[in-house]
Design a protein. Structure first.
Length: 118
């Protein structure tokens, strides 16, 4: 699995998927709380049932991850909560983020694309 932050794509074999990364751009995450997408080699964990979040800064979005969340471990992501997740927004033209800079550091994909990786 290769994530290209410049083109905002995730490649697995010959398949290429559009993804959303940190709304802060392509700079590498270096410390907890910087909300930048990490770089490096990671292991994809098991699917978690984490649906979303309720955060004072970002609001209440109970299905923000579309019911699909895979924690990343290793590299600069270790122990920091980063993951690859689905989205509840990609069908909403006002909040369309896939293929753009729109997350708080995680990698977001269309739910149907993420299902292909399972």
């Amino acid at each position: 699995m290769l994530i290209n932050k410049t083109s905002r794509t995730l490649s697995v074999g010959d398949k290429v998927f559009k993804v959303s990364i940190s709304k802060k751009g392509i700079e590498n995450s270096s410390k907890k709380g910087d909300n930048l997408t990490p770089e490096g080699e990671f292991t994809l964990g098991k699917r978690e049932t984490k649906g979303g979040y309720n955060d004072p800064e970002y609001g209440n979005r109970p299905n923000a991850y579309g019911g699909r969340f895979y924690r990343l471990s290793g590299g600069s992501a270790e122990g920091r909560g980063f993951g690859i997740h689905g989205s509840d927004q990609y069908n909403d033209p006002d909040n369309y983020q896939i293929g753009k800079y729109g997350t708080h550091g995680c990698i977001a994909m269309k739910n149907s694309d993420l299902d292909e990786l399972e």
